[in-house]
Design a binder for this molecule. Structure first.
Ligand code: ADP
Length: 562
């Protein structure tokens, strides 16, 4: 009843939220109120009518119907039974119309109330709406029929009102049905959207990636469980006493990043964040995450927020670093002594005082050292082209160039070739360490191999705009212009080296080109036969070293494995 009043007076509750009984009562009420108004008007206009039996019976019947509407358990009866009430309404309305229509000519139109109720219920409209029209007709014709010998002309004269009532009924029915169809469609779309949302929730909870969605105001609108788990490592614990904010670090650094350098804040500021590595927390519980952010748009194509995905790559990063350490040992501490053995073996073999037997022995030493060198090379090639190369860590190209110069220094000295290096500052790139070391080592080893004794090989690593540029320059035999286009293809070797019988496979440069291009860089060569060659490698600098203000911090990252 309170709800009923809410609907009637305040519009707070909705009609469809009422019980069926409430709805029936509320549908009946307007007719009763109109009949009450009729009583008031008749009391003024023709008080004598108030006691006429037909008028009294009509009013009494109307009140009875209202009470019936409010007391019968409609929800337990078959749906649609409540339409009995509007059909019965035609009786009191007919009685009142018959007794008072001479004082109030429009009383027939009180039948609008039951007709609109029937049509508005949407229950079996094709049957019910014509039936209600027929009831209206019966209502206006019955007094004529009951008066006996109906005059066809009088009957015809009373056709207009029922026809108009029927027309209103049809109109109401059409509107009701279209409203119901629309409501069904909206409900279906809503159910679909809910299903999709539940599916998305299930997917986001199943994947092994932390996902957080932020709107343009920086408010989190969604966070999955994995996200909470991963970032738990960044929340300071009791023993991290001095820490106050989140413990988010650049990989390799010990200084917590200020919030404006967090992936989230940068993504919100419109910066692109793609596969960037961050370390969360300190000590053994620290995790390394690879973070990517993407904007998403609303229906109008406007930026609506950012989705941030963080995958825990701690184990992968450990494995890659272990591999890099192993390959670096293999490359430098294995290959370099081998190069020395080979160099000294050649020197001894050149000694004119050496006996033939000893020279043969020295050749055996050289052949075996050469064999082990090629085995090491093959291993490195497999490592460089293997699956692990997809993992990129921040490292300093300048350091790699300095290390290469150091490790080839001994091999150069044997032949009186000075290896000079100019590589200052930090040139941070995101790269596969083994691949990059292999590229630089290959260029330096070629420069030595294709240079005469007593010459010079110059290495440099400098910043040029957004690029880290590495050059390896020699004053060796050089490469003819025609050969330049072949040396970067597999097995491509210049005619010069083939003629001079310098050993080699023609694979090193093609592999280097593959590695450099996979890092978004370029490799090229300029050369003059007889004067020397310059190989230039360009690699894109990592985002924050481009802006350049923190080389000191970056210096600490210097490709330290582990
Ligand atoms: P390899 O040195 O094993 O033959 P690479 O792919 O490293 O294979 O080099 C391809 C070819 O490019 C070499 O065979 C040589 O003809 C030429 N080349 C590479 N570096 C130099 C250099 N520094 N000076 C002259 N020629 C070079």
């Amino acid at each position: 009843m309170v709800k009923l009043l809410d609907v009637l007076l305040l519009g707070r509750a909705r009609f469809h939220e009422l019980s069926l009984r409430g709805r029936v009562m509320l549908s009946q009420l307007p007719a009763n109120l109109a009949l009450l108004l009729v009583v008031a008007i008749i009391a003024v206009a023709a008080p004598g009518k108030l006691t006429e039996p037909a008028f009294v019976a009509g009013q009494a019947l109307a009140v009875l119907l209202l009470m019936l509407s409010g007391s019968l358990p409609w929800q337990r009866l078959p749906y649609g039974s409540f339409l009995v009430v509007p059909f019965l309404d035609f009786v009191p309305i007919g009685l009142i119309q018959a007794s008072a229509s001479d004082q109030m000519p429009g009383l027939t139109f009180l039948a609008l109330f039951p007709i609109m109720w029937v049509a508005g219920s949407g229950f079996r409209p094709r049957l019910m709406v014509p039936l209600s029209g027929a009831a209206a007709l019966a209502m206006v014709w019955s007094p004529l029929l009951l008066a006996g010998s109906p005059d066809p002309a009088a009957l015809a004269g009373h056709l207009l009102a029922p026809f108009m009532l029927l027309a209103v009924g049809v109109g109401t029915s059409v509107m009701t049905l279209s409203g119901m169809t629309q409501q069904a469609r909206v409900e279906e779309l809503l159910a679909q959207a809910e299903r999709r949302e539940r599916l998305l929730d299930a997917v986001l909870e199943t994947v092994d990636v932390g996902v957080v969605v932020i709107d343009t105001q920086g408010r989190g609108t969604f966070t999955n469980t994995k996200q909470v788990e991963v970032y738990a490592a960044a929340v300071p614990a009791e023993e991290d006493g001095q820490e106050t904010g989140m413990m988010i670090y650049r990989d390799g650094s010990e200084d917590a990043l200020p919030p404006e350098q967090w992936a989230l804040e940068r993504a919100l500021a419109g910066e692109r964040v793609e596969h960037e590595l961050f370390r969360l927390g300190r000590g053994p519980g620290a995790r390394t995450v690879s973070v990517t952010a993407r904007d998403f748009l609303d229906a109008d194509g406007e930026r609506a927020g950012t989705v941030l995905a963080s995958s825990d790559v701690t184990d992968v990063v450990h494995a890659v670093r272990a591999r890099d350490r192993f390959l670096s040992t293999l490359s430098h501490e294995f290959r370099t002594p081998l190069a020395n053995i080979l160099g000294y073996a050649e020197l001894i073999a050149d000694d004119p005082d050496l006996s033939d037997a000893s020279r043969a022995d020295v050749h055996v030493i050289a052949r075996n050292a050469q064999h082990v060198t090629s085995m090491v090379d093959e291993l490195l090639v497999v490592a460089v082209t293997g699956a692990g190369t997809a993992v990129r860590l921040p490292l300093d190209v300048a350091v790699i160039v300095r290390e290469a110069a150091e490790s080839f220094d001994a091999a150069g000295r044997v032949r009186g070739i000075e290896v000079r290096v100019e590589a200052d500052g930090a040139l941070m790139v995101l790269a596969d360490r083994t691949g990059l070391v292999r590229v630089v080592d290959n260029l330096v080893s070629n420069a030595l191999k294709y240079s005469g004794d007593g010459t010079e090989v110059r290495l440099s690593a400098v910043r040029e705009g957004q690029w880290a540029v590495v050059t390896v320059e020699d004053s060796g035999i050089g490469i003819a212009e025609d050969d330049l286009e072949h040396i970067f293809t597999r097995f491509g070797r210049s005619d010069g080296v083939l003629g001079e019988d310098i050993p080699g496979t023609g694979l090193g440069l093609s592999l280097s080109k593959e590695v450099v291009e996979a890092h978004g860089g370029t490799i090229e060569c300029t050369s003059t036969v007889g004067e020397g060659s310059t190989f230039t490698v360009r690699l894109p600098l990592r985002g924050d070293s481009r802006s350049g203000p923190s080389p000191a911090e970056e210096a600490r990252l210097i490709g330290e494995p582990g």
